[in-house]
Design a protein around this ligand. Structure first.
Ligand SMILES: [Zn+2]
Length: 176
């Protein structure tokens, strides 16, 4: 296996409990995502939710919907996508007591190109655009207080990552 570049030790706290991974549906990077999760000591310790565009699709019905094309807004039920994400996070807390979410963004994302306006796509660099969306969704997801089956109250930590087409991983953000 080739050596991949991953975030340096200490960049963010490695999750000690189970997590939920939100990734894009993109078929080119499923093995690379798996390798990275193994690297972070998360083998078989994650629930996996995939939505086209990862963080992007979680935000398409919210305050930032003006960044999306009218065509995409008409064609897809983005509010339902967000409900699906939120409800699966609740199920993951109930079933597996997750404490962290990994948002896995990636290079050359077809959903970004399809859903966002030209102005949005050209507003900043590709990585920074993914960082911005991961950060906004991460803040929203970490805001909610969860209660597990033991009656413990907590907020989820959210970590954003960007995987390039060679499988190298950049850390985008961690909340809190
Ligand atoms: Zn994608």
């Amino acid at each position: 296996m080739c050596q991949k570049c991953y975030p340096a030790t200490g960049t963010y706290p490695i999750p000690k409990k189970n997590i939920l991974v939100l990734s894009c549906i993109d078929l080119r990077l499923t093995d690379d995502l798996l390798h990275f999760l193994h690297f972070d000591n998360l083998t078989n310790r994650y629930d996996l939710v995939t939505l086209a565009g990862a963080s992007l699709s979680g935000l398409a019905a919210g305050e930032r919907k003006h960044l999306f094309t009218n065509e995409a807004q008409t064609k897809y039920s983005f509010a339902d996508w967000r409900t699906t994400l939120d409800e699966h996070i609740d199920i993951a807390v109930a079933l597996h007591d997750i404490r962290d979410i990994y948002i896995a963004e990636h290079e050359d994302c077809g959903a970004y190109k399809q859903f966002l306006t030209k102005e949005t796509l050209e507003s900043t660099s590709e990585v920074d655009l993914h960082r911005e969306f991961a950060l906004v969704l991460g803040k929203e997801l970490s805001k909610k207080e969860h209660v597990n089956n033991k009656g413990e109250h907590f907020h989820l930590s959210v970590h954003g990552f960007y995987i390039d087409l060679r499988g190298n991983v950049t850390h985008l953000c961690t909340i809190p």
